[in-house]
Design a protein around this ligand. Structure first.
Ligand SMILES: [Zn+2]
Length: 509
C-alpha cells in the first residue's frame, strides 16, 4: 500500500537522459555504438535510481543472506567484461518473483524469487543474467533508442529498462497494472527479445567461468516456465481465466524459446570442458541461507488469508465477500468479485490530505475525491470506527462529471482510509453493491482473533517424508493447491523426478 515507485523513477530517468550522444565500445560485443549514456552517465543514473529503489522497497532484514548473495554476485561480476564497475547486489523484501538490474552495476533479486531456486548455481544463473544486461549495456541501449524515438515516448519506455521481470506471473501482472496506471500501456516494452536471449547466454557463460555447471542456467529458465504453468493451473482450478501469457509483448522471447536456446548454449559450454570438472552446485549452502525467510506476503505488505486481508503495521483487517478474491498491490488492496467487473478498493489517505481537511470526512470527499452532490450516511464500521458513506456524483479537475460511491473511515492510530466502489459500469457496481457494503462493515481494527492469522509464513527445511508432498501439504498453512505449491517450490512441478527419501526439501511453516 504505497505510491507507485515507477512514477518517481521515471522522473529521475527523464532528467538524466537529457544528454548529448557519445560513442562507446560495447564491452560484450566490442562494437562501437552511439549512446546518450556513456559509462559515467550509466553509473550516475544507476546510483540515483538505486536510492529510489531503496525508498520504495525494504531490504530483507537478514545480513547473512545479503552478504551471501553479494558474495555470489561479486564473484560472477569479477569474471565479467565489466569487472571494473562497482557492483551492488541487493535482496528485496517482496513476494514478487523477480530480478532486475540498473545501469552502472546494480542488481536486485527478490526474496520471492529466492524461494523458488534450488541451489547456489541457480542463484548464480539469475544474477549472471542480470549482470549480462549491465555488461552488454542493455539499459543504456534502451535509453538511447528512446531518445532517438522522441521525448513523447521516452517516459513510458524507459520504465522498461528499470523494471525487468526475468519472470513470474506476479511480477508480470503487477508491472502491467502499474504501467496501465501510468497511462502508457502498450507503448511499453521491457528489454528486447535479443537482449533477453543475450543475457541468458552471458549468464551461462559467467556460470561456466566459475565452474558451475551451465546446465543450471537451463534449470533457472525451467523454474520460470514452471511458474507460468502453475499460474495457469491455479487459475483453472479456481475457475478464473488463465493469466495473460508472460510474453505479453511480441518482442519478448517466450520461456519456451529461452529454454530451447539456453539448452544449446549449455551443451556448447559443456563441450569445452569434456571431463566435466564442474564445482558442486552449493545446494546446502544456499538452502541453509534461505532457511526461515518470509514466504508470500510479509508483515509490511499485509497478508491475505482466505477471505481475510490483515495488515499488522496499519492495525487493520477486512473480510472479502464469499467467492471474491483479494488483490494486494503495493499501493492498494482490492476485493474483486468473481465476475471481475466490480471491486472494493482500500487505500490509506495521505497524512497531508488529513492536515489540509482537518480530517473532516465531508471535506475529504469534496477536496480529494471531487464529490459534488449526493447522499451521505454516517456509519460505524467494525464495531467502533466512525465512517461516512457517500453515493453521488463527482467532478474531475477538467470538469467531467461521473458517479462516486465511497466510504471514508477513521482507522486506528489516527489514519484515515478510503473504501471506493468501482465497477466496469453502473450496472456492475449496482449488482455488487450489497456485497461491497457488507464487506465495508467488516473493516476493523486488527483484533486478538486476527493476530495469529496475520503472522507471515516462513520457508523451512525438512527431510522429504515417506508420504511425499501430500503429507507435507497437510501440515503447511498454504490454503490454495498446497501440494502443487510445495512441488513448485522444490522444482518438481510437472512430473520431474521426486526427491529421494529424507533428502532436505523446502516447506512452508
Ligand atoms: Zn532479463
Amino acid at each position: 500500500m504505497r505510491p507507485t515507485r515507477l512514477s518517481r523513477l521515471l522522473c529521475i530517468w527523464s532528467v538524466l537522459l537529457i544528454g548529448a550522444c557519445a560513442s562507446v565500445t560495447n564491452p560484450v560485443t566490442g562494437e562501437r555504438e552511439l549512446t546518450v549514456m556513456d559509462e559515467r552517465a550509466e553509473i550516475a543514473a544507476g546510483a540515483k535510481a538505486h536510492q529510489e529503489i531503496l525508498k520504495e522497497y525494504a531490504l530483507v532484514d537478514n545480513a547473512a543472506l545479503q552478504l551471501y548473495v553479494d558474495g555470489v554476485g561479486q564473484k560472477l561480476a569479477a569474471q565479467s567484461q565489466r569487472a571494473n564497475l562497482k557492483w551492488t547486489f541487493t535482496v528485496l523484501d517482496t513476494p514478487e518473483v523477480n530480478a532486475f538490474a540498473l545501469p552502472g552495476g546494480y542488481v536486485y533479486v527478490t526474496r520471492g524469487l529466492l524461494a523458488y531456486l534450488d541451489n547456489e548455481a541457480e542463484l548464480a544463473g539469475v544474477v549472471g543474467h542480470e549482470i549480462g544486461h549491465v555488461t552488454a549495456r542493455h539499459g543504456a541501449q534502451r535509453a538511447t533508442s528512446q531518445a532517438r524515438a522522441g521525448w513523447a515516448v521516452l517516459g513510458a519506455t524507459v520504465l522498461g529498462a528499470v523494471v525487468e521481470g526475468v519472470t513470474g506471473m506476479r511480477g508480470v501482472t503487477q508491472a502491467a497494472s502499474e504501467l496501465a496506471q501510468s497511462g502508457a500501456a502498450g507503448l511499453i516494452a521491457r528489454y528486447g527479445r535479443e537482449q533477453e536471449l543475450q543475457a541468458d547466454q552471458l549468464g551461462a557463460d559467467y556460470l561456466s567461468r566459475l565452474h558451475y555447471d551451465p546446465q543450471r542456467m537451463v534449470d533457472v529458465i525451467q523454474v520460470l516456465k514452471d511458474q507460468e504453468r502453475y499460474a495457469a493451473d491455479a487459475a483453472k482450478a479456481a475457475g478464473r481465466a488463465p493469466p495473460a501469457a508472460p510474453d505479453w509483448l511480441a518482442s519478448h522471447p517466450s520461456n519456451d524459446e529461452r529454454l530451447a536456446r539456453i539448452r544449446e548454449t549449455a551443451a556448447r559450454l559443456k563441450a569445452t570442458q569434456p571431463g566435466g570438472g564442474w564445482a558442486d552446485d552449493g545446494r546446502m549452502r544456499f538452502l541453509r541461507t534461505i532457511d526461515g525467510i518470509t514466504f508470500g506476503d510479509g508483515r509490511e505488505q499485509g497478508v491475505v488469508r482466505g477471505r481475510q486481508f490483515l495488515h499488522e503495521p496499519l492495525g487493520i483487517a477486512i473480510t472479502a465477500p464469499e467467492g471474491w478474491r483479494i488483490q494486494n498491490d503495493t499501493s492498494q488492496v482490492a476485493l474483486v468479485n468473481a465476475a471481475g467487473d466490480a471491486a472494493l478498493v482500500l487505500r490509506v489517505l495521505p497524512a497531508q490530505l488529513l492536515r489540509q481537511t482537518g480530517n473532516d470526512h465531508q471535506a475529504i470527499l469534496r477536496q480529494a475525491l471531487g464529490a459534488t452532490e449526493g447522499r451521505t450516511e454516517r456509519l460505524t464500521l467494525g464495531g467502533n470506527l466512525s465512517a461516512t458513506y457517500y453515493n453521488g456524483q463527482r467532478r474531475d479537475a477538467d470538469g467531467t462529471v461521473s458517479a462516486l460511491e465511497a466510504t471514508i473511515v477513521n482507522g486506528p492510530a489516527g489514519r484515515v482510509f478510503l473504501l471506493a466502489h468501482l465497477g466496469a459500469d453502473a450496472a456492475a457496481r449496482e449488482r455488487a453493491r450489497a456485497a461491497m457494503r457488507q464487506a465495508e462493515l467488516s473493516f476493523r481494527a486488527l483484533g486478538a482473533a486476527d493476530g495469529a492469522l496475520a503472522r507471515p509464513w516462513r520457508l523451512g527445511l525438512v527431510p522429504y517424508p515417506a508420504g511425499g508432498f501430500a503429507q507435507l501439504a497437510r501440515s503447511a498453512p498454504l490454503t490454495e493447491l498446497a501440494e502443487q505449491q510445495l512441488r513448485l517450490l522444490n522444482g518438481v512441478y510437472g512430473g520431474r523426478p521426486l526427491p529421494k527419501p529424507a533428502e532436505l526439501v523446502k516447506t512452508v511453516q
